[in-house]
Design a binder for this molecule. Structure first.
Ligand SMILES: [Zn+2]
Length: 220
C-alpha cells in the first residue's frame, strides 16, 4: 500500500487500489498506512482514506475485491500499468495472462524474509512471468506474513513505484529479474529472455481467462 501513497503524490490521472483482504496485526509496522485501530477493516479502503487525509488526492479510488478471473476485466479497465503487490502465485499468473492478452505493462514484486524481487513485464517487448517460471524454474518468492522483514516490502514498493514512473515517462525498461538481498545489500540481475515456446506470450493461451478460471481469494 506504500506504493499507492507514493503514486498518489505523483499526480497521475487515476490510481486504483484493489484488495479484498482485511488488516491484521501482522500488517502493522510493515504497512505504514495502517494502525492498530484498523485491524479487521478492508486494506484498500483504509489506505484510500488515509492517503486522502495525507495529501488530499482526489484521483484515487479503491475496490474492496480480490482480483479474479471474473472481475479482472472490470477492475483493470482502462489501466495503463499494473503494479502487483499480491501474495498469491495464482493471482500473479492471472495478472500476467490478462496483461499479456490486453497488452498492458505490469510490474511483478514479491518479498520474503530479507529478500525482494522485481520484474517489469511489457507484453510483446519483454519476457513475461510464464517465460520466467516455466522456462527457468524461477518461482517468485512469496510474502508469508510472519516471515518478511518490515523494511523489505517498503523498499520493494519504493523501487516498483520508480519503475512505474520511468515507464510512464517514456523510458524503455528491460524485463530482467532483480533479486535484492537486503542483508548483503546486493542486487542480482538475472536476464530473462522471451521464450519461443511460452504458452502465454508466444502461443497466447490464457487458461485462467478461459477454461481454468479462478474466483475469490487465492492462497497460493
Ligand atoms: Zn512469456
Amino acid at each position: 500500500m506504500l506504493a499507492s501513497l507514493l503514486l498518489s503524490s505523483m499526480k497521475y490521472d487515476l490510481v486504483r487500489i484493489i484488495d479484498g483482504d482485511t488488516i491484521s496485526s501482522t500488517d502493522l509496522g510493515r504497512q505504514s498506512l495502517y494502525s492498530a485501530d484498523d485491524i479487521g477493516k478492508n486494506k484498500a479502503e483504509v489506505a484510500f482514506n488515509k492517503i486522502k487525509i495525507l495529501n488530499g488526492n482526489k484521483n484515487m479510488e479503491f475496490k474492496n475485491e480480490y482480483l479474479d478471473s471474473y472481475n479482472v476485466e472490470t477492475l483493470l479497465y482502462k489501466i495503463n500499468i499494473v503494479l502487483d503487490a499480491t501474495d498469491s502465485f495464482k493471482t500473479r499468473e492471472l495478472i500476467n495472462q490478462y496483461c499479456v492478452r490486453e497488452g498492458i505493462p505490469w510490474v511483478m514484486t514479491s518479498s520474503y524474509g530479507h529478500m525482494g524481487q522485481l520484474k517489469f513485464i511489457n507484453p510483446g517487448k519483454t519476457s513475461c512471468l510464464e517465460c520466467m517460471t516455466a522456462g527457468r524454474d524461477l518461482i517468485p518468492i512469496n510474502c508469508h506474513y510472519d516471515s518478511v522483514e518490515p523494511y523489505v516490502p517498503q523498499s520493494v514498493s519504493s523501487i516498483s513505484t520508480s519503475i512505474v514512473s520511468q515507464f510512464l515517462s517514456g523510458i524503455i525498461l528491460d524485463g530482467d529479474l532483480r533479486f535484492i538481498d537486503f542483508n548483503s545489500m546486493e542486487i542480482d540481475r538475472i536476464k530473462i529472455e522471451r521464450r519461443p515456446s511460452c504458452k502465454v506470450c508466444q502461443n497466447r493461451i490464457f487458461p485462467l481467462l478461459t477454461d481454468e478460471k479462478i474466483k475469490g481469494r487465492q492462497l497460493y
